[in-house]
Ligand binder design. Structure first.
Ligand code: CTP
Ligand code: CA
Length: 227
């Protein structure tokens, strides 16, 4: 059954949400980034707050206004995002929506790298970034409910199920980003909820609607006795 308007089932609960890309500096004027508008994560933070949760949103660089009723922390790099998420603990709910860069440049230079005629082009050595979702889902204090997202271009459900196990999450929200007019940057999305009970596919809807429905799913899960 749908919640009636004004119900606050998440009152007294704390939540942390990550959103947007991360930027990993190469030098002071260049970076490596992922494609992400931040829209879905911002909408989820706002929806959780709408149900009464005390929400910290940890946002990578995006061109969106801070959502109302949410405490927003702005970060740039994955390591800063992890530190900001840790600083928000303990929480009941963690929803990791950010498109975190999997790698950072091992040694970003303090000076701008210059083009030099006749010289070899620079090559970058990469280092692996921390997996924020996995760190939070397998760390202490562990939030009661941890959800992640998975943007896939093929074998969407299979890959999402593998991520559920590998990262120790309670739920993976999977979407196919290869689809025509896909989710990346858009306002609509088609998602599949993958958890221990199976897979539930939702029809295409706006990111705001997905956020509202997901917040309700999370509220119900926190109420339900653990099985
Ligand atoms: N994630 C994270 N920290 C990272 C990488 C990913 O918190 N360093 C989170 C994302 O926010 C998302 C989930 O993990 O909720 C899945 O991200 P994804 O990039 O799909 O998973 P990866 O494990 O990085 O696998 P791959 O990119 O190879 O598909
Ligand atoms: Ca990744």
């Amino acid at each position: 059954a749908l919640l009636s308007p004004g119900e606050k089932p998440l009152a007294g609960r704390r939540a942390v949400v990550t959103a947007g890309p991360t930027h990993e500096p190469i030098d002071p004027v260049r970076y490596i980034a992922n494609r992400s508008s931040g829209r879905q994560g911002f909408a989820i933070a706002e929806a959780l707050a709408g149900l009464g949760a005390d929400v910290t949103l940890v946002a990578g660089p995006v061109s969106l206004a801070d959502p109302p009723g949410v405490s927003t922390v702005h970060v740039e790099r994955a390591e800063e995002m992890l530190a900001a998420v840790r600083a928000a603990l303990p929480v009941d709910i963690a929803v990791m929506v950010a498109a975190v860069a999997d790698w950072r440049v091992e040694s970003d230079t303090p000076q701008k790298i210059k083009k030099r005629e006749g010289e070899a082009v620079p090559s970058l050595t990469l280092a692996e970034n921390p997996d924020i979702l996995k760190t939070i889902a397998t760390g202490t204090p562990r939030p009661a409910f941890v959800a992640g997202f998975a943007a896939e271009t093929e074998h969407v459900i299979e890959h999402a199920r593998a991520k559920l196990a590998r990262k120790g999450a309670d739920l993976i929200v999977a979407n196919d980003v290869s689809a025509e007019g896909g989710a990346m940057g858009g306002v609509r999305n088609t998602v599949h909820l993958v958890d221990a009970n199976g897979t539930q596919s939702w029809p295409e809807m706006s990111k705001a609607e997905i956020a509202a429905r997901l917040a309700e799913v999370i509220a119900k899960r926190l109420d339900a006795p653990t099985t």
